[in-house]
Design a protein. Structure first.
Length: 621
């Protein structure tokens, strides 16, 4: 059913409310301020004050007596009268004056000020304060009459001298830079394109996960082209007042046309560019009005003037198809997570700002930071610099950068958290179980570090594996080996202590997720083969997956997932049983050292192990 929206009340309605409040203040608050305080006393107190000659003026008014004392600033009193024929004589003998105990009339000017001027000033001040706060929220900056700012675009404008960002500041996204270079060239030399009949793309949509540098690329385009750069977030178009979003879009494109050639960058465009309701029930929605106005403006402006629209989103699947058609956003430029070479280049760009020692190996750091975004790599460099400062060093070392990777991934070391000897021993066997299973299998990433120092992420320890080369494909055997490695920690616990703990919770989650993906997404099951059993949305935000199959098939998938994990568990258990001597030796070494490198691990694993017998030491079978 179509929702019936409440009609907006006219502005005069709010003025009438303000006027009613003003009259209420005038008739209630002002008399309370201007009136004198009258103190009620009992009749006996009144007679005592008369006897002590403290009463100045008396007014007899029926059953009430009003009187004042003889203070310099007289106080007003009221009491109840009783039958007393001698009262008048007693008052006369005490020197009391008879008359009206009247309050002094207030100065007429002061009365007008308190009645009308003060309330008006209060309302005016509150109105200015609310308007200023509202404009601050809407980004008007508070200049001029705030109510004249409604409907004005609050896009930040950067001129060529203030952006300070060029393509030299962007690394790891060579493909995206190449596609954007043509736009820069058009803004520099539009004649050569116009002579052949080519037109500049009206818009380019930057698509990728968070932190990959979409906003930085847009600023770099403006810096390279030396043109004004308008930057605005999609959420700033949608405000509390109906129609303001569409008005802001019109004003933004008006400013852009006036400053052409220029670049307009809309960040998080999915805020206003979501797919419209196919039922047509949301025609009055503010967000839809804003989108319609944006589509109209993109169709209406002349691309030959050199106005280029750049937009960024990490939810491209939610955008309206009308926004993505050629003639609006002609180019869709992927800005993906950087590869090994890209990560190394990004680290070098951010390392320009810090003082490094001579032994820093960016390639090793880039390999260890597989899957990290540009923003995470920048954070790693900064964390390394902070660690160097904490340790009173003047340079950032390789160890600082390696520790910063672990800080970003697993959190800071919890130095105050002390494990009991038993827990420490269990964690040692658990982590060696992972590392040993990984090392005993083929096609597994080499182990580079094992630690049992707790981290702020909740991990009591972890085993770090780093691929020697960038991997873009994984075989079925490699995935099965990875699942077996994930089960190695629990296997070691059960094998040595004949009991299991909660330490494998994250391993269980990852092993289950990977086993399910092998069946539903990668087509690696014999029964279902290349059948898509799962759909995934929002791939750049972690991905929300849902099964696309019948309940019976879903039950079969669950059985296959359980079988895959069990087979991997049995495989890991057998590997550990066959190498139980190495398991004990490595776990004892880790227990004592708390952190060991991959090189130490492999040295112990590769040397021969011995067992004590009656005939002396014999090589372990």
């Amino acid at each position: 059913m179509k929702q019936v929206q409440k009609p907006k009340k006219p502005l005069i309605f709010y003025y009438l409310i303000a006027l009613a409040v003003l009259f209420l203040l005038n008739f209630l608050l002002v008399p309370m301020i201007s009136g004198r305080n009258v103190k009620e006393v009992d009749y006996g107190t009144f007679l005592n004050m008369v006897e002590e000659r403290k009463v100045s003026t008396v007014e007899l008014d029926g059953d009430s007596i009003y009187f004042t004392d003889k203070e310099a600033s007289p106080n007003y009193y009221e009491t109840t009268t009783f039958e007393n024929p001698d009262l008048v004589n007693r008052l006369d003998d005490a020197g009391c004056e008879f008359g009206r105990v009247a309050q002094e009339p207030m100065n007429p000017i002061l009365s007008v000020i308190l009645s009308w001027v003060v309330p008006l000033l209060i309302f005016w001040g509150l109105g200015q304060l609310l308007a200023k706060q509202l404009m601050k929220k809407m980004g008007s900056g508070g200049g001029g009459n705030p109510f004249m700012q409604f409907g004005k675009s609050n896009a930040k404008v950067y001129v060529q001298s203030t952006t300070g960002i060029t393509f030299n500041d962007v690394a790891g996204e060579d493909e995206a830079k190449e596609l954007l270079t043509e736009i820069v060239d058009f803004l520099h030399n539009p004649q050569k394109y116009q002579e052949i009949g080519a037109v500049c793309p009206k818009g380019a949509l930057l698509v990728g996960p968070p932190g990959t540098g979409k906003t930085l690329l847009a600023k770099a385009v403006a810096g390279e082209a030396h043109v004004p750069f308008f930057s605005i977030s999609g959420s700033e178009f949608v405000e509390m007042f109906v129609g303001m979003g569409a008005s802001k879009v019109r004003d933004l494109f008006k400013q852009a046309n006036e400053k052409a050639p220029c670049i307009v960058f809309i960040d998080e465009i999915d805020t206003i560019g979501k797919k419209r309701d196919g039922q047509g029930f949301s025609g009055n929605d503010e967000r839809e009005q804003t989108l319609n106005q944006l589509l109209t403006e993109m169709d209406g402006f002349d691309a030959s003037k050199g106005v280029v629209i750049l937009a960024a989103t990490n939810r491209p699947d939610s955008l309206d198809p009308a926004l993505l058609r050629p003639g609006r956003f002609d180019r869709r430029i992927p800005v993906e997570l950087p590869d090994l070479k890209g990560r190394e280049e990004i680290l070098k760009v951010h390392a320009r700002k810090v003082r490094l020692s001579d032994n820093v190996d960016f390639n090793a750091i880039a390999r260890a930071a597989s899957g990290a975004s540009g923003a995470e790599l920048a954070n790693m460099v900064n964390e390394a610099a902070l660690r160097a400062v904490r340790e009173n060093r003047k340079f950032v070392t390789q160890a600082d950068l390696e520790e910063s990777i672990e800080t970003v991934i697993a959190g800071y070391q919890k130095k105050n958290r002390v494990l009991s000897n038993k827990e420490k021993l269990i964690v040692s066997y658990h982590e060696i179980g992972h590392a040993l299973v990984a090392a005993l299998q083929t096609n597994s990433a080499p182990v580079t570090k094992i630690t049992i120092i707790p981290r702020t992420s909740g991990a009591l320890g972890y085993t770090m594996q780093v691929e020697e080369d960038e991997k873009n494909l994984m075989s079925k055997e490699e995935l099965e080996n990875k699942v077996a490695t994930l089960t190695g920690g629990r296997c070691a616990e059960e094998l040595i202590f004949h009991s299991i703990t909660t330490g494998a919770s994250n391993d269980i989650e990852q092993a289950t997720k990977l086993s399910r993906a092998m069946i539903t997404r990668y087509g690696m099951s014999d029964k279902f083969g290349m059948v898509a059993l799962e759909t995934q949305s929002n791939p750049y935000l972690g991905g929300d997956s849902s099964l696309s199959c019948s309940p019976e098939t879903a039950a079969e998938i669950d059985d296959m997932v359980v079988d895959t994990v069990k087979r991997s568990y049995d495989k890991a258990m057998q590997l550990l049983k066959d190498n139980i001597g190495k398991l004990h030796e490595l776990a004892k070494y880790l227990y004592e050292k708390e952190t060991i490198t991959g090189e130490e691990f492999m040295n112990i694993l590769s040397r021969k192990a011995y067992i004590e017998t009656d005939n002396g030491r014999e090589t372990e079978a």
